[in-house]
Write a protein that binds this ligand. Structure first.
Ligand code: SF4
Length: 503
């Protein structure tokens, strides 16, 4: 007798209608609290209620492990657990039906060889396990700016929303860069965090009040041409202006690379490693999300260039992509300019590819692909950092490949200080002590850079301090110290002060 077969059907969210919009809150997460605050402003600007999920905590790892497959990578477990814990607490307070009605969750997704393409499946599995299969999840495909359905529903993933999110990410990156460039050197402890919070609140309002154009192309043009966000950043610059810093403190500069979520995250998900590195006496170079967006924008060029017959249509497509890329990088640089060019430049995607090419093919996608190698070499060869700390998730396939290739890189560049840290979420002491071993070497490097730079100046530290006193503006957080050939800030700063004296 034939047995009935129940076929697998993929998750399909219950409808989220226009009428439900006012009573429904969109949940989202996955970035830093600053980026998320600005994204929240974008949602509000388009008349959505939205709020980021609480910052990831250690308890989210346990919640995620209970409900999804055991082989999942650590970011999937953490982010699933975070949604689960939030919904559990809502159900406990407001009951199941109200939780189902009050919230929807928006997550980014993509097609690809890693689990990022299946995050929503993990969420669905967890929701099923906790009896909330009717909870609504929506996917924002990261490579499609306009996904508007024919009939508008409660959530319209259109150009207005996507452009707002991308601009919030760029501004969030600039703000984050300012934070990490300032805090290690602040004279009054806690001042950077206070200014940062004030700036994020101010920028939240800027995004909330973003002027809207009805036409999507008009909206696109306005984002590229208007001075609205650069003006807002100039206001933020004034707030940072008031922070006094002492850049003669010798600290190693540590570049953070690794898997997208882990390197971006600030919290228990990566053992708060950025804060920990600062507490250990270093300056951290955080990874801008904008590099990932730049990668998404640039990679179609390689695929088009590899086609056997490049006709007029392809050439036009390539020209359009190049044009968009120029506008994108130009926008980021406009924002840097508003902050007196203090935040770091974005690396050139072609250079990252070339640096990585002897070790890793650029068409091997998934995770950070070749960028992990390209970024480590970029920071090392340009002397932007004394060491690279690479955050690699437990059970991540793409990162395992890149790490394997890094063994070859280190063979050819033995002076590159590289700390690959596997992050499981529950092995903090092991991970941090591993990082500390390389950090000790990086500290020695920054010290010897400073000694060498001081020898070049031919001046005593006392004399350098006197020059500093003569030019009070150099002590502002918004003063740009030029790169003088060293990785660490103190060495560049000492040489720069000496050059001021000579002028
Ligand atoms: S890159 Fe690795 S850690 Fe990130 S989602 Fe993919 S498999 Fe998971």
């Amino acid at each position: 007798m034939a047995t009935a077969v129940t076929h697998y059907t993929s998750y399909k969210a219950r409808p989220f209608t226009r009428e439900q919009r006012d009573k429904t809150t969109i949940l989202f997460g996955g970035l830093t609290w600053k980026h998320e605050r600005l994204v929240q402003g974008v949602f509000n600007n388009l008349n959505y209620n939205a709020k980021p999920l609480p910052n990831i905590a250690r308890a989210d790892l346990d919640a995620g492990k209970e409900l999804i497959d055991t082989g999942a990578c650590c970011p999937t477990i953490f982010t699933t657990g975070s949604l689960v814990n939030f919904l559990k607490s809502e159900v406990a307070v407001n009951g199941k039906q109200k939780t189902l009605d009050d919230y929807v969750f928006l997550t980014a997704g993509a097609c690809g060889p890693c689990r990022f393409g299946q995050y929503h499946e993990s969420y669905e599995m967890a929701l099923d396990g906790m009896g909330l299969k009717d909870f609504r999840l929506f996917l924002l495909a990261q490579d499609q700016l306009d996904q508007a359905p024919e009939k508008p529903g409660g959530l319209e993933i259109n150009m207005h929303l996507s452009l707002g999110i991308v601009w919030a990410i760029l501004v969030g990156d600039i703000l984050t860069d300012m934070e990490y460039l300032t805090r290690p050197y602040e004279i009054n402890p806690g001042e950077t965090d206070r200014v940062l919070k004030e700036s994020a609140d101010y920028l939240f309002e800027v995004f909330q009040k973003r002027p809207l154009r009805t036409n999507k192309y008009g909206m696109l043009a306005w984002h590229f041409l208007s001075g609205y966000f650069a003006d807002a950043l100039r206001v933020v610059r004034k707030k940072f202006d008031a922070i006094e810093v002492d850049r003669l403190q010798v600290k190693p500069k540590v570049k953070i690379t690794g898997e997208f979520w882990l390197q971006t995250h600030e919290g228990d998900g990566n053992y708060n490693i950025k804060r920990w590195l600062e507490q250990e006496g270093s300056e951290v170079m955080p990874p801008p999300v904008a590099v990932w967006l730049g990668y998404l924008l640039h990679t179609p060029l390689w695929r088009l260039a590899a086609k056997p017959n490049i006709d007029r249509k392809i050439r036009m497509k390539m020209a359009m992509i190049r044009g968009m890329e120029k506008l994108y990088v130009g926008t980021y640089n406009r924002f840097r300019k508003a902050m007196a060019y203090v935040p770091h430049e974005l690396p050139d995607q072609e250079e990252l590819k070339q640096l990585a090419s002897p070790f890793f093919h650029h068409e091997l996608r998934g995770g950070e692909g070749h960028m992990l190698i390209g970024k480590a070499l970029h920071a090392h060869l340009h002397k932007h950092a004394n060491m690279t700390c690479e955050l690699s998730p437990y059970s991540c396939m793409p990162n395992t490949m890149s790490q394997g290739a890094m063994a070859n890189v280190l063979g050819r560049h033995p002076d590159l200080l590289y700390a690959p840290i596997e992050i499981k979420g529950d092995a903090e002491v092991h991970a941090l002590s591993r990082c500390q071993m390389i950090l000790t070497e990086a500290k020695k490097r920054s010290q010897s850079e400073f000694v060498e730079a001081m020898a070049k100046t031919g001046l005593t530290l006392e004399k350098i301090r006197q020059i500093e006193e003569k030019y009070p503006k150099v002590k502002k957080a918004t003063y740009r110290v030029p790169h003088m050939g060293y990785a660490s800030t103190a060495a560049n700063y000492a040489l720069h002060l000496a050059s001021l004296r000579a002028n």
